[in-house]
Design a protein around this ligand. Structure first.
Ligand code: UT7
Length: 340
């Protein structure tokens, strides 16, 4: 190899260089106005308010208006996060919309969202990895900032489950809700986002899936709906996610005692409780329990729960939180972050 390039004499490609470290600058959420009670859900399924509260922890969830789009929800949360970050939209180098409920795949939701937010110098793309989507976005955004492909990154988790839920499906109708949560990530002099522990198990893809191909269903004059093997997902999440969470703390060079907060995906209160027990989390660690009011909002649940904990004073800016996203795929991603 010559000193000016490779063995064929080409000049070397200049690598990108980024910030030493990354951190969360802000979080912002959008909760659709309509509060839906368990009693309203039970108008369509054979269930009770008490059963739903006991088995899932959910008291209410939010439903978006039929005309509210994934993009509308994302712009509302993303705009709040940008304002709280104290940066201008033009400084954002990448906008990601994590969602599994985008019903029209072309074009992706993110370009419109970036445009409406004024992020005119930004790459914009969607991530579809369900309830693990926000934590995947945080991992990608952190690496992009450190590699130099973006200075600031907006990660938005948005779901509109009302588009794909069969309200007569007893195993699913009460669990999911609509909402959006966003975070701005940017450069930092000290590490604010730990290494990600992530993975997927496609062998168990059928645990949560649509009940058929959208196009085939439409051709047959039917609608495609979400289906879930609740018990299978419950067992996987309750028993296999604690080791993932523990590993995320270890690779961040911390112990569970160093945590101030645990913010897992809000799937089911009993799953959160099982993880807390399995991890033997110290009593001082604040636990996210946003599922009570919001139900399971998949990719939106972690940032929404973080915002709620900040608003209620359960966590303070600068504290250390363990995030764990998990769900359809099956898929998971976990990391330790400093709360913005
Ligand atoms: O977001 C990531 C992916 N999703 C999740 O993480 C969700 C994971 N799964 C779950 O949260 C739980 O499996 C559910 C909340 C969905 C269901 O709770 P479960 O404790 O696993 O209920 P089950 O399916 O084991 O059913 C227990 C009983 C059954 O009756 P029998 O056979 O014991 O008489 C069901 O028929 O509860 C019955 N049941 C219901 N009863 C009243 C099932 N659904 C309902 C219902 N209302 N909606």
């Amino acid at each position: 190899m010559s000193s000016t390039g490779n063995s064929t004499g080409n000049k070397p490609i200049r690598p990108s260089t980024g910030a030493a470290h990354s951190r969360l600058f802000s979080v912002g959420g959008y909760r659709p106005a309509r509060v839906v009670t368990n009693d309203e859900i039970c108008e369509h399924i054979d269930s009770t308010d008490e059963w739903i509260r006991t088995r899932s922890g959910i008291a209410t969830r939010r439903f978006a208006l039929p005309e509210e789009t994934i993009q509308d929800l994302s712009v509302a949360a993303g705009g709040k996060a940008i304002a709280a970050a104290g940066i201008s939209p033009e400084q954002i180098g990448a906008v990601m919309v994590a969602s599994c409920t985008v019903t029209n795949p072309i074009p992706a939701a993110a370009p419109e969202v970036a445009s409406r937010l004024g992020a005119v110098n930004s790459a914009a793309f969607d991530i579809n990895i369900a309830c693990a989507g926000f934590c995947h976005g945080v991992a990608l955004g952190s690496d992009m900032i450190r590699a130099g492909s973006a200075e600031y990154v907006l990660v938005i988790g948005t779901e509109k489950f009302t588009s794909i839920i069969d309200k007569t499906d007893r195993g699913i109708a009460f669990i999911f809700g609509d909402g959006s949560g966003a975070a701005v990530l940017g450069p930092s002099e000290v590490p604010g986002i730990g290494p990600v522990v992530w993975g997927a198990d496609g062998a168990r893809a059928s645990a949560i899936e649509m009940n058929g191909d959208w196009v085939d269903k439409a051709t047959a004059g039917e609608r495609a709906f979400l289906r879930m093997n609740g018990q299978q997902v419950f067992r996987w999440a309750a028993y296999e996610m604690a080791p993932v969470a523990r590993r995320a703390v270890e690779v961040a060079g911390l112990t569970l005692d160093d945590l101030d907060a645990f913010i897992p995906h809000q799937a089911n209160m009993r799953i959160t409780d099982a993880m807390v027990r399995a991890l033997k989390l110290p009593a001082h660690v604040a636990i996210a329990r946003d599922i009570v009011d919001m139900g399971n909002t998949s990719a939106a649940s972690v940032p929404l729960a973080m915002e709620t904990m900040l608003e209620r004073g359960e966590i303070a800016s600068g504290s250390t939180a363990l995030l764990v996203g998990f769900g359809a795929g099956l898929s998971f991603a976990a990391q330790v972050v400093t709360i913005p």
